[in-house]
Design a protein around this ligand. Sequence first.
Ligand code: NAD
Length: 464
Amino acid sequence: MIAPDAGAAVLDRQRRAFLRDGAPSRQVRKDRLRRLRAAVLAHRAEISAAVSADFGHRSRHETELMELVPAIQAIDYLIRNLRRFMRPERRHVGITYRTGRAYVAYQPKGVVGVMAPWNYPVSLTLVPLATALAAGNRVLLKPSELTPRTSEVLQGLLAEAFSDEEVAVVLGGADVGAGFSALPFDHLLFTGSTAVGRKVMAAAAQNLVPVTLELGGKSPAIIAPGHVNDRTLSSLVFGKLSNAGQTCVAPDYALVHQDDLQAFIEAYGAAVERAYPAGPTSPDYSTIINDRHFARLRGLLDDARAKGAQVLEVGAHPQGAAARERTLTPTLVIDAHDEMTVMQEEIFGPILPVRTYRTIDEVVAYVNANPRPLALYWFGDEDADCVSLLSRTTSGNVGLNNTLMHVAQDDLPFGGVGPSGMGAYHGIEGFRSMSHAKGVFVQGRWNAASLVRAPFGRLADRVL
Ligand code: NAD
């Protein structure tokens, strides 16, 4: 029995509207995407203010650059590529079936459910939404309860831009999430933790609802020998400390060549100081989302200390500046090993454990001994070691000499593999994951296969 507030009634209305109207034309889809774009831009200030209030502190600029720009960029990409994505695809026809024609028609699945997390509450709601709309679907959204103000602003602006037969928002916590994931959608895209992803997939399986799971994990950053330099470290710090590390594709831990460890520690500190000159009180340094996560992160550090790690707070420590609530100083954990919780769980905070290695084989063995990550980062040349690493490890995506930027490539599929996720969105893969690829065969005037009619006996004897 699904709770009425989990969205069962509105799903039913959306499905009836979808069946009534059929697949929308390119013009209708473009119009929906343009309405979404306009609504987001019209409410831009309100959105950033809500996100800041939900986090305690997150700068308007960070929200604009890390959430609104990618969302608008994704909408523009979808509008620009809609004709190409929607075009039916001609397929090969075997000699016995000529003069028939075969093609694939990409038709909307119907009603898509989207479940979003709190860490990028705007882009991780809007980009799946835009993808589902581009593919011609109706959409029911369930944003996170940990960012309630943002969820309400999104609900309001979407209600202004769309009828609830097109797009609707369901608000609530884990109980509503559980009911939502048990609804008979035509597709369900979930972004969140691996643990909840498992439950969501189990619930969806009851209705055989296909899922895209965008999950988390521990993404390694590997620094090649001799590649500890300002460029490497500024990219690493950007990936690790944006949103105070609360990023699914943040480099979770670093693997540094043993001869470079000291240089790495110094360069990391310098890069943190360049990016956040006022230390944890810098305007662009975000707070941790809530007390539970703050306590969890402090617990990771206590555990690492107790098990023999060197825990180093890095960057500037200005005297007298008022510390914000739930602000965790950027921290390195040196000599991290596998018995420490910090090497077992996704960190999701501004803590970077560092392990040293001697050879690329050691790196490959370490990555492969752990669950397949969402992202893998290599800082170094595209040399034999890099080729060996990429060909012998499996990760959702890869960044070479950068962090996070693969997510901003609208034309690349984005997703995990194994425990870090299933399926992908962005690019044509996103459009297709929310479309049904319907194979169509059109009979020609005559073909050899038309001879296949009962009684079969004489024909079978001749063919074989
Ligand atoms: P979460 O799994 O706790 O919550 C995600 C959504 O699921 C929320 O809407 C929540 O209300 C709902 N939910 C919670 N419990 C539920 C239940 N029992 N049944 C059904 N729904 C439930 O994740 P979070 O804490 O919001 O986000 C952080 C996690 O998300 C991290 O693991 C991070 O790596 C991952 N993440 C992944 C990506 C990606 O694109 N792969 C992006 C961002 C975050």
